[in-house]
Design a protein around this ligand. Structure first.
Ligand code: ZN
Ligand code: ZN
Length: 227
């Protein structure tokens, strides 16, 4: 039996967000129900609601930077317990069987991962995000949060934070490595903050990226680009 929970929803692509409700599935054997304490705002939320990336089903609750507390666990859940502080990011499902899923790269699931909101879930319903009182998620897509991280500070790490931390980590951007961040918005400032955590306090802002690149001896490798 589904559970009706309070939410902030979009009812149309161009209307305001307003109070409403969404339905949550019953907690399955491997699911956890999370009472949402905090949800960050991502620009993807706005693009999705506006239909910029394709038509949506309304009402729709967005939000994929979700931090909260486990309120219920399924019978087969092993790694999470009621009362635990947890987070959910941009994914709530994938096939778990393809080569990428088996390698821990569910974001590259060959059958497509399930977005936290606005996606067709395995049971045929449309996923609803974190602008809601609670959410039910497969434990595989739930992260455990350390007690030292305040909910409001950890929530934005679950999309903007990981999106910028991941390439810094992948390309070995540790102490002493110079990096360039193009764009100082919701993601770019996260990259600068992450760099600060690694001991880099020297930053220089430029307004003409191409000119700065030329001076630094960089060039564009794209065939279509003459810079
Ligand atoms: Zn996002
Ligand atoms: Zn897969």
């Amino acid at each position: 039996m589904t559970r009706t929970v309070a939410a902030i929803v979009a009812r149309t692509p161009d209307g305001p967000l307003e109070p409403g409700v969404v339905e949550r599935r019953e907690v399955g054997p491997r699911d956890v129900r999370i009472d949402v304490v905090w949800a960050g705002i991502c620009h993807s939320d706005i693009h999705t609601v506006r239909g910029d990336w394709g038509a949506q089903t309304y009402p729709l609750a967005v939000g994929h930077e979700i931090a909260g507390v486990v309120a219920e666990v399924g019978a087969q859940v092993e790694g999470l317990a009621v009362g635990q502080r947890v987070g959910v990011g941009c994914m709530v499902g994938s096939c778990r069987d393809c080569a990428n899923c088996r390698a821990g790269r569910e974001q590259y699931c060959e059958r497509g991962f399930t977005d936290t909101y606005g996606a067709r879930d395995a049971d045929g319903t449309i996923t609803q995000g974190g602008y809601t009182a609670s959410i039910v998620v497969d434990e595989h897509f739930v992260l455990s949060l350390p007690d030292v991280l305040p909910f409001e500070k950890v929530a934005p790490l679950l999309c903007a934070g990981i999106t910028t931390y991941s390439p810094l980590r992948r390309w070995g951007a540790g102490p002493g490595v110079r990096v360039a961040v193009v764009g100082m918005g919701g993601l770019g400032h996260m990259a600068v903050k992450a760099r600060g955590r690694h001991g880099s306090r020297r930053h220089r802002a430029v307004t003409d990226v191409l000119e700065a690149g030329r001076r630094a001896g960089l060039w564009c490798r794209r065939p279509s680009c003459d810079e």
